[in-house]
Ligand binder design. Sequence first.
Ligand SMILES: [Zn+2]
Length: 80
Amino acid sequence: MKAYSFIKSTKTEETHIFEGDFTTNGCNAENKCICKKVQQSEGTWIVGNICLEQQQAREKAASIGRPVCGDCVSYLYATY
Ligand SMILES: [Zn+2]
């Protein structure tokens, strides 16, 4: 099972989603977001929106109330 974390870009204010794996302490994440446009160092983690399961990540993306990258979101739905 994959872990999903949300990072808000400090440059564009857009939120992107990072994919990683669950670990004993939480989860890790790849250096670049799903759409590859943003690196971890270019944004800030959104508190409460890290280490989510796929379904949780979909719900967060739908309810987050700020712009979420469409390419990253569509990936959450493309894996079925
Ligand atoms: Zn993105």
